[in-house]
Write a new protein. Structure first.
Length: 190
């Protein structure tokens, strides 16, 4: 049987502006400050915060099994506003395990930055704002930082065989951090 046949029976609805997905096939996860220890540069600031604070939530659907070539996954991410010391709340960030796989991000509400890093650690940012669309080319690690005072919501579409390489980010980080300086966000080489 085709790995795509099952999708016909999936029933997922989205509330585009709220970033909410509904249906039996919808998966969800959240990331707390405690789970993100080591990713923010100010470990002392993190210690004084409630480790159960939710930094971001993700909802997504996998219409074909993870790893299937030729499928696409779809999901939303909502990053809370906040900072650990001078560093804005952000996603973990990842490369794709299959490095040549790309992805789309599209922002709905809030404001922030998409941090992109190639395999030579060259790092750049793109502004995220309602209506911004971001093509993440294969080979680029990607992280989203919420620099605003409201939740930052974006939709994403990625290949079902892309996979997530979190270990490289955990050990090596990104080539830049987005920090709150003089009342606003500044990109600082790391
Ligand atoms: C987007 C997609 C997902 C990713 C999520 C959170 O929705 O890229 O694949 O899981 O953002 O990002 P991260 O996995 O880096 O925590
Ligand atoms: Zn990705």
């Amino acid at each position: 049987m085709s790995p795509y046949a099952e999708f016909a029976s999936q029933d997922v609805q989205v509330e585009w502006l709220a970033g909410i997905m509904r249906g039996a096939a919808v998966q969800q996860s959240k990331k707390t400050l405690g789970e993100m220890a080591g990713l923010f540069h100010d470990a002392n600031a993190l210690c004084s915060m409630d480790e159960s604070t939710v930094v971001y939530r993700v909802q997504w659907t996998e219409p074909v099994p993870l790893g299937t070539e030729g499928g696409l996954f779809w999901g939303s991410t909502t990053i809370a506003p906040g900072r650990v010391g001078d560093e804005y709340f952000m996603t973990h960030g990842h490369y794709h395990l299959k490095r040549d796989r790309g992805e789309y991000y599209g922002a709905i509400s809030g404001k922030g930055m998409l941090v992109l890093m190639d395999e030579d650690r060259a790092t750049r940012t793109e502004a995220m704002f309602p209506g911004s669309l971001h093509f993440i080319a294969g080979g680029n690690a990607h992280r989203v930082v919420n620099t605003g005072e409201e939740p930052l919501l974006f939709w994403a579409c990625w290949p079902s065989d892309a996979g997530h390489d979190y270990a490289s980010i955990k050990t090596q980080g990104f080539g830049a951090r987005v920090l709150h300086r003089h009342g606003g966000p500044v990109v600082i080489p790391a």
